[in-house]
Design a protein around this ligand. Structure first.
Ligand code: CAA
Ligand code: NAD
Length: 278
């Protein structure tokens, strides 16, 4: 299987890593060499950790050797499956899928790792809606079990079956849903994170207390503000905007504090500062 990944950020790097761990030949593309270098270093670090714990069936070097890093979109021509994991922006993703639809072999399947953007709209842009699907991995990809599989309006049964089987070959548990704003995962998760941010804005409690209350009180592995920083505040804001626009209800309105922090460039862990400093 030739597996393509677009975007070498936290999600794209993780997806490429797990695909290579599963024995696939992987091609990863990003817009600049420095982003590819950063992605490669993150994958290397993660593989070393897993190797130390005896959780890999081959060596980190062998696994890394299965991944080719490139800035050229044409490198995806022969791919059986390409998963896109670039910025959470509908226009940018649609533009990319328009190009990709022309580059990838006709029977290749295209998938988006989008957190919330309508799969059907991206499927239309790709020009191959039957062979288009949402393949939503969770962060951090090497450790999280779920792949949310989202069928677009015209996704074929064969495409859904192929992607479900591929997720299983990657050691993940695929669960299906239909194409509604935020799907299942982020329709339920994101309003909770947004509410925690609203609590900070209103002075209900300090960030450490909010996170502590949710960790110790609800047995969540991370508090909501730590998790928002981990996901990326820009991504959280984009998801809330999709929910608010798509579902219409005011309960999905992004917290003004979230908007302000993104405007200030405080994006969480990836920018070095969000609700906490990294
Ligand atoms: N690769 C390899 N190892 C990793 C790793 C990675 N990417 N990330 C963390 N680890 C390792 C750590 O280094 C640590 O190793 P040691 O025990 O040797 O120190 C080990 O995993 C455990 O990590 P931690 O001790 O830091 O913390 P933990 O026990 O809490 O586990 C976690 C980490 C699995 C991330 C856990 O905190 C967790 O489940 N957090 C919630 C994650 C979550 O909710 N993800 C979904 C986000 S939403 C989403 O993805 C969808 C979307 O569209 C936004
Ligand atoms: P990120 O900012 O860490 O990485 C995005 C990468 O895409 C960057 O390296 C960037 O250079 C690259 N990129 C941007 N435009 C590109 C283009 N036109 N062509 C090729 N590469 C391009 O973001 P991320 O957190 O990895 O999120 C990526 C996608 O995954 C988003 O759609 C996001 O909603 C989704 N997602 C994120 C999480 C999360 O927890 N962060 C979880 C599940 C899904």
């Amino acid at each position: 299987m030739h597996f393509g990944v677009i975007g070498a950020g936290q999600m794209g790097g993780g997806i490429a890593q797990v695909a290579a761990q599963s024995g696939f030949d992987v091609t990863v593309q990003d817009v600049q060499q420095e982003f590819l270098d950063r992605g490669r270093a993150t994958i290397q670090k993660s593989l070393s950790k897993l190797h130390e714990k005896g959780r890999l069936s081959s060596t980190p070097d062998e696994i890394l050797g299965r991944i080719r890093f490139t800035t050229e979109l044409t490198a995806f021509a022969g791919c059986d499956l390409v998963v896109e994991a670039i910025v959470e922006n509908q226009q940018v993703k649609a533009g990319l899928f328009r190009q990709l639809g022309e580059v990838v072999k006709p029977d290749g399947i295209l998938a988006s790792n989008t957190s919330s953007i309508p799969i059907t709209s991206l499927a239309t842009a790709s020009g191959r809606p039957e062979r288009f699907i949402g393949m939503h991995f969770m962060n951090p990809v090497p450790l999280m079990q779920l792949v949310e599989v989202i069928r677009g309006y015209q996704t074929s049964d064969a495409t859904a079956q192929f992607v479900t089987e591929t997720a299983e070959r990657m050691g993940k548990t695929p669960l299906s849903c239909n194409d509604f704003p935020g799907f299942v995962s982020n329709r339920i998760l994101m309003p909770m994170l947004n509410e925690a941010i609203q609590c900070v804005m209103e002075g209900v409690a300090e960030p450490e207390a909010i996170d502590g209350i949710m960790k110790l009180g609800m047995n969540h592995p991370m508090g909501p503000l730590t998790l928002a920083d981990f996901i990326g505040l820009d991504t959280c804001l984009s998801i809330m905007e999709v929910l608010h626009r798509g579902l219409g209800d005011d309960k999905y309105r992004p917290s003004p504090l979230l908007r302000k922090m993104v405007q200030a460039g405080l994006l969480g862990r990836k920018s070095g500062q969000g609700f906490y400093r990294y």
